[in-house]
Design a protein around this ligand. Structure first.
Ligand code: NDP
Length: 474
């Protein structure tokens, strides 16, 4: 018997992906460096479908039908290279290696190009949805050659999440495109989580609501336009009581957020591409600030408004909902801008509306709102920003008074809202007919002769600041 596909790396993700494949009727070869994991998978879940366990790479590769489809689900970085080096010599031209780990897209580009020389398709694939998603249907973002997608697409679409019958999986684009899009997905996830955290903080410390009451507010929001997985689990977390102390769970958790790196990559890449993604950057920095225990401890007595100045105003939760929705639109607009820029830089030709479509289910940022983004790109695939889509323009326009008010209240009460603030600053920067960048250019020309352009004439100019200040054309 041969397997239609094989999975090597059977920790949480690989094991559940293999089970998902088997449950869908695809015979799956399974392999793990430490073969105990392979055995336990077959012992525990062998009844779910056809598993072909292999304890050596040779046996594993030998059990795959041709062209071979081999999925790697191991730790990203060095381990992925080690596994590729181990398996590639056993493959033939036309075979496919799918890397489902959270690889950096630059590594994926390098690996794809090296394997292409040997005729092997390397399919860098973003997979989102965590452990549960891998088992019940993740959002899948495969990159690589169009030919590899022909052979793999139907299988991947089969095991992906579905929304309204549409699979949350599509061919993203060549080489690193899939992992790039997965990276930005995670960056957007950081921004979304930060905005939700700020909303909670405001409801807690500006409106004086208790965690259980805030859970109710989030439950209500989840039935509206903010309806999403992240809002849903936020309500669950806030409603949870710590069994040991009887206190709200959120009050017994150390307030230092950790990160694995995809948010940081999103920002680093955005800096390289020259794309302003303040919402994502502030989210990464907010986690970073939270983790600086010594810095925070040393700052406890810095002057500021007292946390007891709770300001309760009628309709405050509704205002926060508007601030959250507007900020979220900005954060997503920034993330999609980054995908657009990456696509242009690397010639990927990514369909932005299709990305919104495959994020509607299975992944962490799945949300009702993504249907709106899909519609916006359907209406105008070339739009420079989602903010000018009529629906979003109207939504932000309607929210903006509340948005500004909420940020003003936060500033007065000394509650940090870096996500809300940067989103509004970005929005107002885009709207501004003139920016103080003109002054910046003047300063640059003054100290560095960096030159400037004029509003009224073509060309490049320099003012002789140290002399009689006549204008020259260098
Ligand atoms: P881990 O990232 O914890 O990786 C463990 C697996 O990697 C084990 O199978 C391990 O084998 C194998 N491995 C490590 N080093 C080597 C090596 N040098 N040679 C061969 N195998 C090696 O597993 P996860 O399941 O959490 O994640 C797998 C991938 O999926 C990662 O890239 C992760 O970033 C990504 N991912 C994870 C998500 C999640 O929610 N966890 C969500 C989306 C993507 P052994 O048993 O022998 O130690």
């Amino acid at each position: 018997e041969t397997a239609r596909i094989g999975v090597t790396g059977l920790a949480v993700m690989g094991r559940n992906l293999a089970r998902n494949l088997a449950r869908h009727g695809h015979p799956v070869a399974v392999h793990n460096r430490t073969s105990a994991r392979t055995r336990s998978l077959v012992d525990e879940f062998g009844h779910e479908g056809t598993f072909l366990p292999a304890d050596t790479p040779e046996k594993f590769v030998g059990s795959l039908e041709r062209p071979r489809r081999l999925v790697i689900m191991v730790k990203a970085g060095g381990p992925t290279d080690a596994v590729i080096d181990e398996f590639a010599p056993l493959l033939d031209p036309g075979d496919m290696i799918v890397d489902g780990g959270n690889a950096n897209f630059a590594d994926t580009r390098r690996r794809e190009s090296a394997l292409r020389e040997r005729g092997v398709h390397f399919v860098g694939t973003g997979i989102s949805g965590g452990e549960e998603g891998a088992l019940h249907g993740p959002s899948i973002m495969p990159g690589g050659s169009a030919a590899s997608y022909e052979a793999l697409g139907p299988l991947l679409e089969d095991i992906s999440a579905k929304v309204d019958g549409t699979p949350c999986c599509t061919h993203v684009g060549p080489d690193g495109a899939g992992h790039f899009v997965k990276m930005v997905h995670n960056g957007i996830e950081y921004a979304d989580m930060q905005l939700i955290a700020e909303s909670y903080d405001l409801l807690r410390h500006a409106a004086g609501l208790a965690p259980a009451e805030i859970a109710e507010v989030f439950r209500t929001w989840n039935t509206g336009r903010l309806g999403s997985y992240l809002i849903e689990i936020t309500a669950e977390v806030l409603a949870h009581t710590d069994a040991a102390t009887g206190r709200p769970f959120v009050d017994v958790v150390l307030d230092q957020a950790e990160q694995k790196g995809t948010g940081r990559w999103t920002v680093q890449t955005a800096l390289d591409l020259g794309v302003p993604v303040g919402g994502i950057a502030e989210a990464v920095f907010a986690r970073s600030v939270s983790g600086h225990a010594v810095l925070r401890e040393a700052s406890q007595n810095l002057p500021g408004p007292s946390r007891n100045d709770a300001f309760v105003s009628f309709g405050f939760p509704e205002a926060v909902e508007k601030a959250l929705y507007a900020s979220k639109i900005v954060a997503y607009a920034q993330g999609f801008h980054e995908i657009q820029a990456g696509s242009a830089e690397y010639g990927w030709n990514i369909d932005l509306g299709a990305m919104a479509t495959i994020w509607r289910g299975g992944c962490i940022i799945r949300a009702r709102f993504l249907d709106r983004i899909r519609a916006a790109y359907e209406a105008d695939p070339q739009t420079p920003t989602l903010l000018t889509d009529p629906h979003f323009t109207e939504a932000v326009g309607d929210a903006q008074d509340a948005w500004r008010e909420v940020i003003a209240i936060a500033a007065k009460l000394g509650i940090p809202v870096p996500g809300f603030s940067t989103a509004l600053a970005y929005y107002d920067s885009l709207r501004a007919p003139r920016l103080p960048a003109a002054l910046t250019q003047g300063q640059r020309d003054y100290f560095g002769a960096h030159t400037y352009r004029r509003v009224d004439r073509e060309g490049t100019f320099h003012t002789l600041w140290g002399a009689d200040r006549t204008e020259t054309t260098p």
